[in-house]
Every structure is written in structure tokens, then in C-alpha cells.
Design a protein around this ligand. Structure first.
Ligand SMILES: [Zn+2]
Length: 169
């Protein structure tokens, strides 16, 4: 099968969102972008790293669950949380109280970078780049960052993809 056909097939894959709605992957990515745009104007998102760190450090549980909680960061979508942890090299099930200050800072730095990039790509009518986890949400895919294997699990009732090699548990 040619590369073009592979790409086309991938585009029409169905994914299940938080509210149990089946969407084409493309539509799910579109929703993710809407979330990102909302987030850009959210005051919580602009708070200092110090405040963010203290908010996270007071909590317990898996880091992904907390990032999905509305009271921590408004509007963080499932794909976006996965993308953030992927780039920060942190396992989605990692217990929040085991994160170092540098790791917490890295989570918020990555979040902002991803948001900024997404808005740039989308405003130019482009797609998310191939190095994004969002483009590799399938078990057994190769991690574009380290050539490790993408794995699937469920965290906080949500389908979760991560790299089994570079995301530290
Ligand atoms: Zn990797």
C-alpha cells in the first residue's frame, strides 16, 4: 500500500472521545484544537509556574487524572494531556507527589509550547506535525521521539497513549 493510501486510511480511523462519542480522528483533532483555543484565553493557564507547581504538589494520584480535572486546568482535553505528558517524558500514571519541581515545570512549559504550535499550524491550515503523539495514537506505532513503542492504556476512564520507552513511570 502506498504512503498516501496509508495516510488516508489513518485519517478515517474512528476514535472515542471523553463523552463516549465516536469521531473520525480528524474531527477529534479539530475538537482538540477548539479546546486549545479556549485554553489560550483561560486566566488559569497564564498563572505563574510557582502557583501551578504548588497546586499540583498538594494533590495525589496519577498525573494524567489531575491534568484532566477541571479544577486544575480548565478545558484540558484527553489528546492534549497525552501530548503534554509525551513531550515532558512523564508516564501518564506517574503519581503526582513523586514529580520533581523540574518535571512539574516541564509539564507546564510543554503545555504552553504545544498550545502555541497548534494555533500556528491550524491558523496556516496545516495539520499537527508527524512528531506529535496525536499523529501516532495506535498501539505498536513507533515513537517519533525515541523509536520506542507506543502503548495504549486507560487512565481516569480515558484511552491513553504513551511511549513505553521515554515516558518515565
Ligand atoms: Zn519515545
Amino acid at each position: 500500500m502506498s504512503e498516501v493510501n496509508d495516510k488516508k486510511e489513518y485519517r478515517t480511523r474512528i476514535v472515542t472521545t471523553a463523552n463516549k462519542v465516536n469521531l473520525k480522528l480528524e474531527e477529534a483533532q479539530e475538537q482538540m484544537f477548539t479546546k486549545l483555543s479556549e485554553l489560550a484565553t483561560c486566566p488559569l493557564f497564564r498563572r505563574s509556574t510557582e502557583t501551578e507547581s504548588s497546586q499540583l504538589n498538594k494533590r495525589r494520584g496519577a498525573v494524567k487524572s489531575l491534568l484532566l480535572s477541571q479544577d486544575i486546568i480548565a478545558g484540558m482535553g484527553n489528546l492534549y494531556v497525552d501530548e503534554t505528558l509525551y513531550r515532558a517524558s512523564i508516564h501518564p500514571r506517574r503519581a503526582v507527589d513523586t514529580l520533581s519541581d523540574a518535571e512539574v515545570k516541564s509539564i507546564f512549559t510543554c503545555m504552553r509550547a504545544i498550545l502555541k504550535e497548534a494555533i500556528t499550524f491550524k491558523s496556516r491550515g496545516g495539520d499537527y506535525p508527524g512528531r506529535w503523539l496525536t499523529q501516532h495514537r495506535e498501539e505498536g506505532e513507533t515513537c517519533p521521539m525515541c523509536r520506542g513503542t507506543i502503548q495504549r492504556t486507560v487512565v481516569f476512564g480515558r484511552t491513553t497513549y504513551f511511549c513505553g520507552t521515554h515516558q518515565k513511570a
